[in-house]
Design a protein around this ligand. Sequence first.
Ligand SMILES: *[C@@H]1O[C@H](CO)[C@@H](O)[C@H](O)[C@H]1NC(C)=O
Ligand SMILES: *[C@@H]1O[C@H](CO)[C@@H](O)[C@H](O)[C@H]1NC(C)=O
Ligand SMILES: *[C@@H]1O[C@H](CO)[C@@H](O)[C@H](O)[C@H]1NC(C)=O
Ligand SMILES: *[C@@H]1O[C@H](CO)[C@@H](O)[C@H](O)[C@H]1NC(C)=O
Ligand SMILES: *[C@@H]1O[C@H](CO)[C@@H](O)[C@H](O)[C@H]1NC(C)=O
Ligand SMILES: *[C@@H]1O[C@H](CO)[C@@H](O)[C@H](O)[C@H]1NC(C)=O
Length: 294
Amino acid sequence: MSTLRLIQATLSTISIILIFFFISFSIHYKPPIPTYTNKTTTIQNTSHPYTQFSLLIGIFTLPDKYDRRHFLRLVYGTQSSSIAKIDVKFVLGNLTKLEQRVFIGLEIMRFNDIIILDCHENMNSGKTYTYFSTLPRILSTRYDYVMKADDDVFLRLNPLALSLHPLPRQDLYYGFVIPCPSMNPFVHYMSGMGFVLSWDLVEWISTSLIPANNTFGPEDKLVGEWLNRGNKAKNRFSNKPAMYDYPGTNGKCSHELINDTVAVHRVKRWDQWLNVLNFFNVTKGIKPSKLYNL
Ligand SMILES: *[C@@H]1O[C@H](CO)[C@@H](O)[C@H](O)[C@H]1NC(C)=O
Ligand SMILES: *[C@@H]1O[C@H](CO)[C@@H](O)[C@H](O)[C@H]1NC(C)=O
Ligand SMILES: *[C@@H]1O[C@H](CO)[C@@H](O)[C@H](O)[C@H]1NC(C)=O
Ligand SMILES: *[C@@H]1O[C@H](CO)[C@@H](O)[C@H](O)[C@H]1NC(C)=O
Ligand SMILES: *[C@@H]1O[C@H](CO)[C@@H](O)[C@H](O)[C@H]1NC(C)=O
Ligand SMILES: *[C@@H]1O[C@H](CO)[C@@H](O)[C@H](O)[C@H]1NC(C)=O
């Protein structure tokens, strides 16, 4: 008899919970809008607020590379530019797993530095096209320049900005020209390690049929082909020797680390990152404190 009562009581409790649940959903319960702060890594010299131009750096990476993004946020969040407003964002293809939606959701809440493109994750099947062609639609403001960079490149933001400063803001294609020994930016294309397009070229990519018809293949080579076929990018600048591959990793694209560096590519292992950060004295400026003794 008491077992029956227990069952009845349990059943009625469950039905109350179910009703409550149903009501919650039928009134479209919405959580309060979170008040997280906007932590996009905006590199700007606040003591020199007048910026000459703006640059978006899109670092192509994979959703599951959480540790790499964490590390690159440190690398770029500790740099500044005296003349440019630079936004660094990570560019991903479509997410495929629940865990990505949650973990990357957290990154977005905290850092707001993620762009998820409407394409499946890939390297040479149109991600670069999707990136440039959708930016004018999805960004709330234009930039003077847009860069595509790899996640195994170390960029020095102020030297990068200083090198762009004297160059045209229009019809510009900037980077490291391939083949490796070439010094002629008008023959072939800029390496995918990191190349910059002026905003008018980004808009052209988003509207022209030339890139739209030609999105499969080595992504950096294709960009060069689009611009050549479209008779675009009258202004080209190959920044050698300031851009290069890590010493000893890629034949004539590599050379020793040098003072006047904008980009070192193929920095994959920790010992290589250590070498690079150490060479450029990245942590030399740490303020002394009683809290640590480095
Ligand atoms: C967040 O940052 C983006 C990019 O800089 C900016 O466009 C947007 O207005 C910011 N949002 C808030 C709430 O500050
Ligand atoms: C910021 O700009 C001022 C004035 O141009 C310059 O003296 C200073 O070195 C800059 N700081 C950084 C961190 O770039
Ligand atoms: C990417 O995801 C969006 C939203 O889930 C979906 O609408 C779209 O079809 C996906 N695109 C590709 C290429 O998988
Ligand atoms: C692109 O492809 C479409 C459909 O195949 C064709 O009609 C158009 O002429 C092509 N445009 C260019 C610029 O190649
Ligand atoms: C590299 O730069 C540092 C600091 O600006 C300078 O002291 C040093 O002489 C430079 N070295 C070379 C080889 O140019
Ligand atoms: C780093 O610091 C050392 C020692 O002060 C200096 O010799 C070197 O030139 C610096 N390197 C760069 C790239 O500034």
